[in-house]
Ligand binder design. Structure first.
Ligand code: KIV
Ligand code: ZN
Length: 511
């Protein structure tokens, strides 16, 4: 069996999804889960892009062990120095430098000749090698590059010291047969190709990112670059869970496997969904809500007679929980803690106490508490951010023939502020009150409501995205009362904006 390396770029290319940006704490949380998942390399960011990106890569390099941490850098010395500094504390650090090789990019974007690009690529790899032995070179837009030029650059980058050469399908243009021909061409034409791992990085513009990645694996690629839930620029990147489970489900066909601990897949998907606010379509392979649901009578009948008639993977193999009735009002702290451990949460005593209080509160509002409820409650707790604003009280009056009116009481720093506002609906009234109290200049770009489990007493989750100064910030909130969940989500996003502003202020003062 060939062991294929999983290079996860959720925190870099995934973060480039519209509206998918994450703060440093959120990136750390995802990085820790990626280690539990067993990825080989985490591409943690693009350090030269912003101080926040640098800090995220640097903190992940310091705090997340047992995995290689990669940082992206254009083929420029300043980028490479910044990337090297960011990954310096890592147990194992990689500099990932890239330069386009297609004529379209060279002519219109970089205004470089092929010879200039060739020299710049060699220079970048050599310069990166001054800082680490682990250097990856990507030939951006490789699939639209002249094949012989791509071979020349690949050979030179390997001679200059790159141990991984990445062949990206940057614009998701390739077709599987064509992509495998390209990979085969490189293996046949580049004399020193055996000195490097060949990696692929496919985008999903034609919905072929996973198919192209798998075609490359069949023809010698040893590393696949992918993201959780397939998030990424435009139509996204190749989906990690689909690639991994294709290899796992068809071992004889691929003769390849990964180190991924597949029962962690579902939890990772949920975490990324929660943190980025990018929803997973219900029919998404492996992690979509319907991926293991059998609806038609014929399918259900076959499935009940013999699972394998209609199911090629067991839900448990990717960690999809069976919605189990777990705990209720009379459950004690010990039972609650054991359930948390089974669900993969290891909380400190202080976190456990607070989660247990919330759980008891939920039991008063909701008859049955499911695993999903507990995950939502605890994930909120783990991702907790410092609060400039906190919700103390909320009451709403609305109905047919009534003007929706909301009274909101917030803690703002060490003051309590209360305001009543009317609106077009109850959420509008609440949001107007919160907006007036906090004085926010942000605008609401997205508002989404979801029920965590079934039933009218289900915990509801609201995800919002606010835009301020051209940047988007997400907020989540959950509660059995959907209006309260909406208020919590709005306040969560406003707290993130307040913290970002505080951090920027500190950075400016520190300059
Ligand atoms: O899509 C792409 O080409 C990239 C490179 C930076 C690897 O993301
Ligand atoms: Zn990409």
């Amino acid at each position: 069996m060939n062991l294929i390396k999983i290079f996860d770029t959720t925190l870099r290319d995934g973060e480039q999804s519209p509206g998918g940006s994450m703060n440093v704490e959120e990136k750390l949380q995802v990085a820790r889960q990626l280690v539990r998942l067993g990825v080989d390399i985490i591409e943690a960011g693009f350090p030269i892009a912003s101080p926040g990106d640098f800090e995220a890569v640097n903190r992940i390099a310091k705090e997340v062990k047992g995995v290689t941490i990669a940082a992206l850098a254009r083929a420029r010395h300043a980028d490479i120095e910044r990337a090297a500094e960011a990954v310096k504390p890592a147990e194992s650090g990689r500099i990932h430098t890239f330069l386009a090789t297609s004529d379209i990019h060279l002519q219109y974007k970089l205004r470089l000749s092929r010879d200039q690009a060739y020299d710049a690529a060699i220079d970048a790899v050599k310069y990166a090698r001054r800082f680490t032995d682990d250097v990856e070179f990507s030939a951006e837009d490789a699939t639209r590059s002249d094949r012989d030029f791509l071979c020349r650059v690949t050979e030179a980058a390997i001679s200059a010291g790159a141990s991984t050469i990445n062949i990206p399908d940057t614009v998701g243009y390739a077709i599987p047969q064509e992509f495998e021909e390209l990979i085969t061409y490189l293996f046949n034409k580049v004399p020193n190709i055996d000195k490097a791992t060949i990696s692929v990085h496919c985008h999903n513009d034609l919905g072929l990112a996973v198919a192209n990645s798998l075609a490359a694996v069949l023809h010698g690629a040893g590393q696949v670059e992918c993201t959780v839930n397939g998030i990424g620029e435009r139509a996204g990147n190749a989906s990690m869970e689909e690639i991994v489970m294709a290899l796992k489900t068809r071992p004889k066909f691929f003769n390849a496997d990964t180190r991924i601990n597949t029962p962690e897949i579902y939890k990772t998907s949920r975490l990324v969904r929660k943190i980025t606010g990018i929803v997973v379509q219900p029919n998404k392979a492996i992690v979509g809500a319907n991926a293991f649901a059998h609806e038609s009578g014929i399918h259900q009948d076959g499935f009940l007679k013999e699972r394998s008639t209609y199911e090629i993977m067991e839900p448990a193999s990717v960690g999809v929980p069976q919605s189990t009735l777990v705990l209720g009002k009379h459950s004690g702290r010990h039972a609650f803690k054991s359930r948390l451990v089974e669900l993969g949460f290891n909380l400190t005593d202080e976190e456990l106490n607070s989660a247990f209080d919330k759980f008891k509160h939920l039991c008063d509002q909701k008859k049955y508490v499911f695993d999903e409820d507990i995950e939502t409650l605890v994930a909120e707790q783990v991702a907790k951010i410092p609060e400039v604003f906190s919700l103390l009280d909320l009451s709403v009056e609305s109905g047919m023939n009534k003007t929706p009116t909301a009274l909101v009481r917030l803690n703002v720093g060490d003051q309590t502020v209360e305001l009543t506002q009317v609106g077009d609906g109850p959420v509008d009234a609440v949001y107007k009150a919160i907006s007036a109290i906090t004085g926010t200049k942000s605008t609401l770009a997205k508002f989404e409501v979801k029920s965590i489990t079934g039933g009218t007493d289900a915990l509801g989750e609201v995800i919002v995205a606010l835009m301020e100064d051209g940047r988007s910030v997400r907020g989540n909130g959950s509660d059995t009362d959907i209006i309260v969940a909406a208020a919590k989500a709005y306040i969560n996003a406003l707290n993130k904006i307040a913290i970002r502003r505080r951090d920027m202020h500190q950075n400016i003062e520190g300059l």
